[in-house]
Design a binder for this molecule. Structure first.
Ligand code: NAD
Ligand code: TYD
Length: 365
């Protein structure tokens, strides 16, 4: 007939072999930014937990994306890597046509606050316009769920002298950096696509993650790498700023729950009530690595530096039963062990183009 076997197979999601045929309802998930820190951990978590799902990673491989990170799953028949930019409408539509995804999880973003202070433009382009392209593709081809991975930074910051205050999903958006402003803009657009076009969306706003494959420009991996190389540990300002740290695997489990059981149109905060000052974090890293605290160097503060982030995770706990499983004391040990055992991964990064960034950011600071 005029329809090829493979066309029919795709059309009806029926796959044939010589013996028999069966209806396949395996779920197709496009993960953008899957070569980055959290996205790669999410790909590993999902392939491991749902061996019958198909995971398609779409990533532009910017400075923050690393194909070697995905090496353990490259040969997995349920995994496909596609190098493309979420701003590239044509490439994104082509991928949707090929894969007909059920779910999209959008991790792809410019993610570093200091870089957004240096040059905001790419943050607006990727984080806002890229999100628009992904959602337009979802509208055009149909989708069961579009999930936007957002951040607690959209709520701005809390004062240090009010430990009773936490971010809830009702806390007003109040951003400080070009990074957080771009993420908040994307969130508003996601909610607009839900209200206006009925796109089935969810949004998660997570606190600071740590764990394997964290790019060494961020606080924890930067301090681990510098301490191991006996280099100064550059703490911004007084080091009193507070972040609410969550082990990356716990974030991945929360997103897994939201895409399966979360209510469409809803925002879920994710965080583990694990607030620590930057200085305490750096001291713990020194202690774990047996390095002297004299390596700590106070440097000029970040512009517009948020004081404190703290998440109230009541909603995701009550609705979806999520709770963080990894205590910081264990998570930081696991993380340090990973950086010790995977030196090649981060040494390759910090020996390349990243050196120019480090010079610009930290010399004469
Ligand atoms: P990351 O910088 O490690 O990874 C970002 C990934 O996105 C990289 O693989 C990069 O190549 C890819 N990417 C960037 N621009 C792209 C584009 N235009 N098209 C396609 N791919 C592109 O970031 P991360 O820390 O893993 O963060 C992932 C997401 O989680 C981001 O949306 C971030 O805002 C959010 N988030 C991060 C944290 C955190 O603590 N790291 C906390 C809350 C939310
Ligand atoms: P970062 O890892 O960049 O995450 P975010 O700014 O998104 O919270 O920084 C975490 C905290 O650590 C933040 O308060 C800034 C501080 N910081 C330093 O003191 N020194 C550094 O070299 C870096 C990268 C961050």
């Amino acid at each position: 007939g005029c329809f090829s076997q493979s066309f029919l197979a795709k059309r009806y999601k029926i796959y044939y072999n010589t013996q028999t045929y069966f209806k396949e309802d395996r779920i197709m998930i496009i993960v953008t930014g899957g070569a980055g820190f959290i996205g790669s951990n999410f790909v590993f978590h999902m392939l491991n937990k749902y061996p019958d799902y198909r995971m398609i990673c779409l990533d532009a491989l910017t400075y923050a994306g690393n194909l070697s990170t995905l090496e353990p799953v490259m040969d997995n028949p349920n995994f496909r890597f596609v190098k493309a930019d979420i701003r590239d409408r044509e490439a994104v539509y082509k991928l949707f046509e090929e894969e007909k995804p059920d779910i999209v999880v959008n991790f792809a973003a410019e993610s570093h606050v200091d870089r957004s202070i240096e040059n905001p433009s790419i943050f607006l382009e990727t984080n806002i316009l890229g999100t628009q392209v992904m959602m337009d593709a979802c509208r055009k081809y149909g989708i069961k769920r579009y999930h936007q991975v957002s951040t607690d930074e959209v709520y701005g910051d809390l004062p240090l002298d009010r430990p009773d205050l936490f971010f809830t999903e009702e806390t007003p958006i109040h951003t400080s950096s070009p990074y957080s402003a771009s993420k908040a803009s994307a969130d508003l657009l996601v909610l607009a696509y839900h209200r206006t076009f009925g796109l089935p969306v969810t949004i998660s706003r997570c606190s600071n993650n740590y764990g394997p494959y964290h790019f060494p420009e961020k606080l924890i991996p930067l301090m681990i790498a510098n301490a191991l190389n006996d280099k100064p540990l550059p703490v911004y300002g007084t080091g009193e700023n507070v972040r609410d740290w969550l082990y990356v695997e716990d974030h991945c489990k929360a997103i897994d729950l939201i895409i399966h059981n979360g209510r469409v149109g809803e925002v879920y905060n994710i965080g583990g009530h694990n607030e620590m000052t930057n200085l305490d974090i750096v001291k713990i890293i020194c202690k774990e690595l047996g390095k002297p605290e004299s390596l700590i160097t106070f440097v000029a503060d970040r512009k517009g530096h948020d004081m404190r982030y703290a998440i109230d995770p009541t909603k995701i706990h009550n609705e979806l039963g999520w709770l963080p499983e990894t205590k910081f004391a264990d998570g930081i040990k696991k993380t340090i062990k990973w950086y010790l055992e995977n030196k090649e991964w981060w040494e390759t990064i910090i020996s390349g183009e990243y050196q120019n960034y480090y010079e610009r950011m930290y010399s004469n600071r």
